[in-house]
Design a protein around this ligand. Structure first.
Ligand SMILES: C[S@@+](CC[C@H](N)C(=O)[O-])C[C@H]1O[C@@H](n2cnc3c(N)ncnc32)[C@H](O)[C@@H]1O
Length: 207
């Protein structure tokens, strides 16, 4: 993404999310990340909103992020992680790790923004060990036809404003295409725009 937009986005990101974090997103992050075990990879890690929720007992925590300004914020925050953590600049479509490296892969609010969600899911499967877990919180296309129509109408302008975020993506279908076994609950993202309100969170396992 072009400078200075990327820099402004990275700088304002935590402030924009402040209200949503207070209205429930922080609690959802904490609950999700309590399921991490062993070697953990986070894709599209953003700024630092997940870092404090990772447990000290993890063997390894790798935070990947393709945007240099976001990655710089992560590096500044990595000292606050209780687990041994490192930052790697990489897009989730092309993860620089061998097959079957991780016990857990985490994605929070990322599949809306990546260029190729299906490619990302197949990369996630590739780097997970057999029986490994994919943990996610993602906003999705609404089941409500009226809201879905607004998500379709406003996708273009919203995407320009919000860093490429596609508010009308059916991300749950993408996850379900990639993983046979999933536990999913539906929730609501409060404190941002209604376009992002329909949320799914849960976990999926490799065979
Ligand atoms: C809405 S932010 C979410 C950040 C963070 N995961 C969170 O929960 O707050 C979307 C993130 O996805 C990252 N991103 C964009 N394209 C990506 C890609 N191809 N692969 C991985 N991450 C990407 C962005 O740089 C940004 O950090």
């Amino acid at each position: 993404m072009a400078w200075p937009y990327a820099m402004v986005f990275a700088t304002l990101y935590d402030a924009v999310f402040l209200w949503a974090e207070r209205k429930g997103l922080r609690a959802m992050r904490k609950e999700l990340l309590s399921h991490c075990t062993g070697n953990v990879l986070e894709i599209g890690a953003g700024t630092d909103l997940n870092i404090g929720h990772y447990d000290a007992g993890l063997a390894r925590l790798v935070l990947t992020e393709p945007e240099p300004y976001m990655a710089a914020k992560l590096r500044a925050a990595v000292g606050r992680a209780r687990a041994p953590a490192e930052v790697v600049e990489a897009p989730a479509e092309s993860l620089p790790f061998p097959d079957a490296t991780f016990d857990t892969v985490v994605s929070t609010l990322v599949l809306c923004t990546v260029r190729s969600p299906d490619v990302v899911i197949s990369e996630v499967r590739r780097v997970l060990k057999p029986g490994g877990r994919f943990l996610f919180i993602e906003h999705v296309r609404s089941d409500n036809r009226r809201l879905a129509k607004w998500q379709d109408r406003l996708r273009g302008p919203w995407s320009l404003f919000a860093y490429g975020c596609q508010c009308n993506r059916n991300t749950l279908e993408t996850i379900q295409r990639g993983f046979a076994t999933q536990q999913v609950s539906r929730d609501r993202l409060i404190g941002l725009t209604p376009l992002l309100r329909p949320l799914v969170r849960g976990q999926a396992r490799t065979a």
